[in-house]
Design a protein around this ligand. Structure first.
Ligand SMILES: [Zn+2]
Length: 124
């Protein structure tokens, strides 16, 4: 495991345990596969829309990727490959550094904006 979960400025966060190179795979976002309909019914902030038919319910704690926080200046990005949600480094990440990605406008406006963004860039 390249990552560990510990406290960050925005609650718990996902941190690099060892240096991670730019372009390197970090972790997969895992959970129960739901249809769009089931996801709409369930709601919640850990639903990851893979495509128009498939949503991953990443709420179980075993899904460590759910602890990766949003940042407006992230060091990772999500790439969807064959229906899987994979997190890759977009920068060289040092051991001990928090791993973040951009959650996208929809999520940001719904969940982050009302409370104010806690990412490093916005806290400056
Ligand atoms: Zn921010």
């Amino acid at each position: 495991m390249k990552t560990t979960v510990r406290r960050s400025s925005a609650g718990l966060g996902l941190f690099a345990k060892e240096p991670i190179k730019k372009g390197e795979f970090i972790i997969e976002y895992t959970g129960k596969i739901l249809t769009q309909k089931e996801a709409d019914k369930k709601g919640g902030r850990y639903l990851f829309e893979v495509n128009s038919r498939k949503v991953i319910d990443g709420s179980p704690r075993s899904n460590k990727a759910r602890y990766a926080n949003h940042s407006c200046c992230p060091n990772a990005e999500v790439i969807i490959k064959k229906g899987r949600v994979l997190l890759y480094a977009t920068k060289n990440i040092k051991a001990g550094e928090e791993i973040t990605y951009d959650y996208g406008k929809e999520y940001f406006d719904e969940y982050i904006k009302p409370k104010g963004c806690k990412c490093k860039k916005c806290q400056k």
